[in-house]
Design a protein around this ligand. Structure first.
Ligand SMILES: [Mg+2]
Length: 405
């Protein structure tokens, strides 16, 4: 007996839709959003460009060559964050339990609503409300769990909806490509294709052990997803969900250079934690405690971000605003909240492929040798800010242990 009704919502070609909302002349024209220099990267592209072989993540130079008639627009993280918030507000008003899983994706648990309303009717009305009030196209899938609904949304697109009736999950998935399973990345896809596996149906018929032999633990997960099994709950979106770090000094200090150096190191480290978990923050907070134990903090809403070079100046700006009393400082700390999943390319509209590669390279070194192996020169004075484990790992972010030193 099924008792779950999980809805997945995904804004269609989100950045493109926002640009078209702002300038209606862009409707029906092929559109590329991203870094506009030759070294920039495509962050989003309209459906019209896809026939030319354009996809997000490719270099803007190549995309322009493939689709010369496309209009190219430099993305704006602030504008997209604002529109994302508008949609979030509507979903928050309408549903008792929802999860914002990325800047343009949501899950809502509608379980229980069927008794007095009918989930599909409710979901349809919510989608219409979002489209009417924000002017942005959005698609949804509705089924008994997250993975089936997410795949259903993908099948519904563009700008449509799909209900998968209870009991039909397996037959819905069977004819689809294994690529549609979220856990199947490029590498896994190639491995499975070499084994002659193309459709989800084939995986459904295989013994689970065979998938485990080929792909290990991930194979077991993929096998379950192929059967339409997913027990992950919808995790409530909580704006207080955060990661933080702070330091109490043995000896109170007023050495501004040292304090800023520590803030830089802390920001670098938390930003790395965000990137490692494919997360973005939209709210940053700095806290100071003076030697008289009075504590002050200041926060700032920012466009979704996980790039140190954007976060550091803002953290320092908050500190400058906050540090008003010329008193010794006993503790400083920073916190990132309003965390959602998302790729940090969103911060790199102005930057090049090289900048993205640099972040990737530095993060690989941190992954391998420890998270303080590469640091900004300005943050080097902070000898230790505490080692952390990946706070995400598929789990909701946790508040990191506060360290004394
Ligand atoms: Mg989307």
């Amino acid at each position: 007996m099924n008792d779950k009704h999980i809805m997945h919502l995904d804004l269609d070609t989100f950045y493109v839709s926002v640009e078209r909302k702002i300038d209606s002349r862009l409707k029906a024209r092929p559109l590329l959003v991203g870094g506009t220099s030759d070294r920039g990267v495509v962050a989003a592209c309209s459906y019209e460009t896809r026939g030319y072989g354009v996809h997000s993540g490719m270099s803007m130079k190549l995309a322009r060559q493939l689709c010369p008639e496309a209009v190219v627009i430099r993305g704006n993280a602030g504008t997209y964050s604002k529109h994302s918030d508008e949609v979030t507000e509507i979903i928050k008003e309408q549903t008792p339990l929802f999860e914002k899983s990325s800047i343009d994706e949501f899950y809502a648990d509608l379980t229980g609503m069927d008794r007095f309303y009918g989930c599909y009717k409710f979901a349809t009305e919510m989608r219409n409300k979002i489209i009417k009030e924000t002017g942005l196209p959005i698609s949804f899938g509705l089924s008994i769990n997250k993975v089936v609904s997410k795949i259903a949304t993908g099948e519904a697109k563009p700008n449509n909806q799909l209900l998968i009736d209870y009991g039909t999950e397996k037959s819905f998935l069977a004819p689809l490509s294994i690529k549609k399973i979220p856990q199947v990345g490029d590498k896994t896809y190639q491995t499975l294709r070499h084994l002659g596996i193309k459709k989800i149906h084939t995986v459904q018929e295989m013994p689970q052990e065979m998938m485990i032999n080929v792909l290990g633990k991930n194979g077991s997960l993929i096998w379950q997803r192929a059967q339409g099994v997913d027990n992950r709950p919808v995790v409530a979106f909580n704006e207080r969900k955060s990661i933080s770090t702070e330091r109490t000094f043995d000896k109170d200090t007023i050495d501004i250079k040292k304090l800023k150096s520590i803030l830089i190191a802390m920001t670098e480290n938390l930003a790395y934690q965000l990137r490692r978990g494919d997360k973005l923050t939209a709210c940053i907070n700095v806290k100071i405690r003076y030697s008289d134990f009075n504590t002050y903090s200041k926060q700032m809403r920012i466009p979704y971000c996980s790039a140190d070079h954007i976060l550091i100046p803002r953290i320092l700006e908050l500190f400058d605003k906050l540090f008003q009393r010329r008193l010794l400082i006993r503790l400083i700390g920073i916190r990132f909240s309003h965390i959602v999943s998302g790729n940090y390319q969103i911060n790199l509209f102005d930057d090049s492929e090289q900048a993205i590669n640099l972040y990737n390279a530095l993060d690989k070194i941190r992954e391998k040798y420890g998270d303080r192996t590469v640091v900004r020169a300005a943050g080097m004075e902070a000898k230790t800010i505490g080692r952390m484990h990946n706070p995400f790992n598929g789990l909701p972010p946790v508040v990191l242990a506060h360290r004394k030193q």
